[in-house]
Design a protein around this ligand. Sequence first.
Ligand SMILES: NC(=O)c1ccc[n+]([C@@H]2O[C@H](COP(=O)([O-])OP(=O)(O)OC[C@H]3O[C@@H](n4cnc5c(N)ncnc54)[C@H](O)[C@@H]3O)[C@@H](O)[C@H]2O)c1
Ligand SMILES: [Zn+2]
Length: 696
Amino acid sequence: MQNETPEGQKQAAGTQGTLWEQQPPKDENQLAAHVEKLRHQIEEANYQYYIEDNPTLTDAEYDQLMRELQQIEQEHPELVSPESPTQRVGSTPTQEVPQHRHPVPMLSLANARNEKELREWYKRAKNILPDATFSYVCELKIDGLAMALTYEKGKLTIGASRGDGMVGEDWTPNVRTIRTIPQRLRGDRIPDRVEVRGEIYMSIDSFEKLNAEITGGKLFANPRNAAAGSLRQKDPRITASRNLNFFGYQIGYIDGMQVHSQWETLQLLKEWGFPVNPNIQLAHSLDEVLEYCNKWENERFNLPYEIDGVVIKINDLAQQEELGVVARDPRWAIAFKYPPTQVATRLLDIRVNVGRTGSLNPWAMLEPINIRGVTVSRAALHNEEDIQRKDLRIGDWVLVQRAGEVIPQVVKPVIERRTGQEEVYHLPENCPRCGTKIVRIPDQAMAYCPNPHCPGRNFESITHFVSKPAMDIDTIGEKTCEQLVDAGLIQTVSDFYNLTKDQLLQLEGVKEKSANNMIGAIEASKSRPFSRLLFALGIRYVGEKTAQILANTFGDIDQLMNASEEQINAIPGIGPKIGHSVYTWFQQPANRDLIQRLRAAGVNMKEERHGQDGPLAGQTFLLTGRLSSMSRPKAEEAIKQLGGTIATGVSKSLNHLIVGEDAGSKLAKAQKAGVPVHDEQWLLDLLAQYQQKAEA
Ligand SMILES: NC(=O)c1ccc[n+]([C@@H]2O[C@H](COP(=O)([O-])OP(=O)(O)OC[C@H]3O[C@@H](n4cnc5c(N)ncnc54)[C@H](O)[C@@H]3O)[C@@H](O)[C@H]2O)c1
Ligand SMILES: [Zn+2]
């Protein structure tokens, strides 16, 4: 859940790099001027957001301005005016598009950012209707743009945007290109006239594809802006090409038919053929509502579209009517908003890392900002081309996004905030670590340092070697690697196997116990599966999967070293690019030397093929949730050791689903498919049974 203390909110706002003065105005004149300034900033932001589809503030910054204005107006009612943005929604529609006057205004929603604010909303409703008991419909707040679709005798006649809530823009020809919006209502309960409301949105996939295709022009900040920009096109063919989608969620008005609740509305919309979001839920208490809000706060990152919160609506339409509207927000609904995933900050510098394959990886050094509780000070920038396509300049204000577990991304610069002092970036012509002239491979966006002894490459290859999915020498972290390299103890990865405890003890901060642990982990790494070693070598394009395929096919290192390029290419799942890379790697004398040294140290170079004859051969397993006795990869490894196979997903043919704590959707799927489900203890017993036999 989000921070409930006002301090926390202030902090979060303070880290956004605010654009306005924080000093509270002292006298009345100053206050009035401050209010004017706030209104002007909000109006300007509204225009950029609703008309240009190109926000110049992040939502968090905008919301902060709005809240400040609302607060001042609340404390100084004499300053409220009907023109204030707190009294109106959206923005005045543009003149170039036919206008549509909404028979029932399209309102905005009041926000709650935490449990306390949600309970306050409930109390306000309860104050008006003290005797009522409420049930609530919880819906995801789809981040798109609201549309009002008019159907006469079941036929779509008008599709209009919200505009300023009273008058919207008539985009009917464009709306007709959206395939999931029915041209004609289905079923036999067709009213004379109805206005269906819902959200036009763009999936994250389509948004990313669209942005990737844009060169030279302005990128869209997020799927919402991309959806709005794609709908608001003079040429409907462009709208048609943009893969827009729709969820229906409300009825504006209906003639010749009675509807009594929001839940019933949603069922009716489905019956008429509208897509209705599958994650709607009817709740009978505020606690249930909160549970729903909490659940989706993290799960939202698994959805194929963006949501920025949850909308909670009082289910009973008669109660809704009684509760009515205040300013521009209905009292019977509220938006529970999640902390923003996108914030604006300064791009202080662009730096370059040298990856283990020699690739030059630019990254953004950012003025530290807090995004969803985590301080972000760097973000990956894929390559030079990407930096140029996005037109990122050093000194820019940039939008930074952190969604799900992914590494923060720089979305785009805020061009409107440029001062002219920003610097265009070019990748250095020479490797920043060793000075060798970099090479660019035609048709590839990446640039490489070709020097096999580059200290940058070398260091990355060393940390890669010890990393968990590689040799799993996990007691030796990045810092120790640095110390070992600095002390001259490690030059190539085979040097790990010559390290002595005394040498480790000489390093700063290394004590008896950790030295023992390190030596133990190095020793244990000698018997990792061959595929791990192949991955750990850091051959370009050889990821974990490819390493597994190579290990399975060739069985041991000598077979692989002696294979021709054609033989490697002939393996299913290995393309010529990978084949060439693997083949040339093993041809280089330095690499052959390395293999010899690893072999001499006793590192395993043979794949044990138990696939066909292990006791679990022919059985498929899938693990979900958190195990308490070991990590999931360890458990999977143990199953594979015994000949079992790890499935990639739930299907009818899966033999066993092992369920840990906090299991996700796989459990439900497996139950539906009739797959046997077991707990962790079952797996432990199974493994113990065979492991004992093997030892006996
Ligand atoms: N960055 C900027 O410069 C800028 C400018 C203006 C507005 N904004 C953003 O827009 C917000 C206010 O705008 P608003 O009034 O358009 O939206 P809102 O957040 O007040 O919510 C109302 C909107 O929610 C949408 N919605 C999605 N799912 C829904 C559902 N299931 N049921 C009902 N409605 C649903 C509809 O489009 C509806 O119009 C601000 O809080 C801010 O985040 C940002
Ligand atoms: Zn270099």
